[in-house]
Structures are given as structure tokens and as C-alpha cells.
Ligand binder design. Structure first.
Ligand SMILES: [Zn+2]
Length: 142
């Protein structure tokens, strides 16, 4: 019994270590280490991009002066997605272009004239069999 408990705790510790390496977005998306607010990149069921802002404790917060630009880079050509502000971030007005996997660049600025922070993601919407998250937000170490 004691041995089983030890294995369980060791497994839990390992899982927590993994989570610290690749933080998971609260909505199931990819967490971007932007500052001062963290941002989550999430693709909705209708393929729209949703950006949510969080404070250090991962509580959703209003975007304030933050601005975001999202560019999809499918083989058919680069497309900038038009975004509209929500209570806790931004959502794209249109769906992502077809033809993934392809590169998506998310540019976050603390204010409109601040230095941009760029995040490059490989947009793959297939589910990862291990963590059951979409591959673009996969938290496994592979
Ligand atoms: Zn995974």
C-alpha cells in the first residue's frame, strides 16, 4: 500500500514538473509568456482565434492597453486576421484559413506603440492522444 502511494506521488510530481515546463492555457489553448500579461492562444470550434489575457495567478483580466495582431501563414499566402476586443482579450472576426498545419504568428504589445513580442506557433488542430489537447496546445514533451 505504501509503495503504491509512493508511486502515485512520484507520478504526480512528474506531471507537475512537466506542467511547469510547458504551461497549459486555462481554456485548453497555448499559453504565451507575454508580459506584463500572459496571453492564451485558443482556436474556437468555428476556427476563430481567441486571445485571452491573464495575470500572474492566471486569473482572466481585461486587455487594457494591450494590442494583438494575428497572422496566419498557410501555403496559400499570409493572412492577417482582423480582431475585435472582448472583456478579457480579443477574438478574430473571421475563421482561420484552411490548410493547416501552418505557422501562425501572434504579436502582443503592452501598448499600441510598445515593442512587439512575437510568438510563433505551429497550427495543428489534431488532438494529441496523450494529453487530449490540440497539438498546437500540446503540453507533452515530444
Ligand atoms: Zn500532448
Amino acid at each position: 500500500m505504501k509503495t503504491k502511494l509512493f508511486i502515485l506521488l512520484a507520478a504526480l510530481g512528474g506531471a507537475m514538473l512537466l506542467a511547469a515546463e510547458t504551461p497549459a492555457g486555462p481554456k485548453g489553448g497555448r499559453l504565451l509568456e507575454s508580459s506584463p500579461l500572459k496571453a492564451e492562444f485558443f482556436v474556437t470550434k468555428d476556427r476563430k482565434v481567441e486571445i485571452s489575457f491573464y495575470d500572474a495567478a492566471l486569473k482572466p483580466v481585461a486587455p487594457g492597453t494591450q494590442t494583438v495582431a494575428v497572422t496566419a501563414e498557410p501555403a496559400s499566402g499570409r493572412t492577417a486576421l482582423e480582431l475585435e476586443k472582448t472583456a478579457t482579450g480579443f477574438v478574430s472576426k473571421t475563421a482561420l484559413p484552411v490548410g493547416e498545419p501552418y505557422r501562425v504568428v501572434v504579436q502582443v504589445r503592452a501598448t499600441a506603440d510598445a515593442k512587439p513580442q512575437n510568438f510563433r506557433l505551429d497550427l495543428n488542430l489534431a488532438l494529441c492522444g496523450e494529453c487530449q489537447r490540440a497539438e498546437y496546445a500540446c503540453t507533452c514533451d515530444h
